[in-house]
Structures are given as C-alpha cells and as structure tokens.
Design a protein around this ligand. Structure first.
Ligand SMILES: [Zn+2]
Length: 136
C-alpha cells in the first residue's frame, strides 16, 4: 500500500504531511487497540493490526528537551543563529514532536509549556510544512 500525497507517493506518514499542509496536526491511532504511533507505521507494533485512524490534535505540550544551534549547516539557512530546537511532549497524546522555538527564549527549560504553529521551511528545493513552538 502506498499513500499518495499532493507531492507524490510517500510512506505511512503521508497523511501527517498532508494535514500539516492544510494547517492541522493529525496523528495515527490503532483502531484495534488504541495505541498511538509516531513515527507512523503501517502495522501496529502493539496488536499487529493494520488499521489506523488519524485524529486531529491540539498543538500544545511541554518541553521534553532542547538544543541550541550556534553554527550554520544545511537546512538552517533561514534561521538566525543561535536558535533552539525543541522536542515537545504533546499534552493530549503520548507523542513527542520536534520543532524550532520562535520568539523569546526567556523561560526556556525542560517542562516549560509551549504552543505550536505550522510554518513552512526550505528543504532542498522544496518548501515543506514544519512545526514551530512558542513558550506559553
Ligand atoms: Zn494496535
């Protein structure tokens, strides 16, 4: 089974990218046992089921960890240095997602609450949707 997005055939996570392009965060949950999967999978590792439903999620969470980038490398051209990249544990489901911090870093620490938005970022010759986090 191959998922086709607006940009062509992609893997199990295709629905994630299409939803982001439309301004929503959606994540897959196994319809057999309710297990949340991220990264997306074709087959549930908990029950072996093949069916998943994609459920819209609010873009709120807490900082699980973060790192600060001081030197440029490929793909970071659009960001003023230094910038912080966060791994955020979502409030609603047991999933962690990565995104760059926007705005003031005052108060940035593990456990800090954040709210997200969906932006676009350069990736090679394309622009792809990307999560951005702001301290709440
Ligand atoms: Zn399952």
């Amino acid at each position: 089974m191959t998922y086709h997005s607006a940009t062509g055939p992609i893997g199990a996570e295709g629905r994630y990218w299409d939803a982001l392009l439309e301004g929503r965060l959606e994540l897959p949950r196994c319809t057999g046992c309710g297990h949340w999967h991220w990264p997306a999978v074709w087959r549930c590792s908990a029950c072996g089921g093949w069916d998943h439903e994609w459920v819209e999620q609010p873009l709120t969470g807490t900082v699980f960890t973060y790192t600060r980038t001081h030197h440029p490398f490929g793909g970071t051209e659009a960001f003023a240095k230094p910038f912080a990249t966060l791994v955020v544990t979502l409030d609603a489901v047991p999933v962690r997602l990565v995104g760059v911090l926007e705005g003031d870093e005052a108060g940035l620490k593990i456990g800090a609450p954040v709210a997200g938005t969906i932006a676009r970022t350069a990736f090679g010759d394309a622009e792809i949707p990307a999560l951005r986090w702001r301290l709440a």
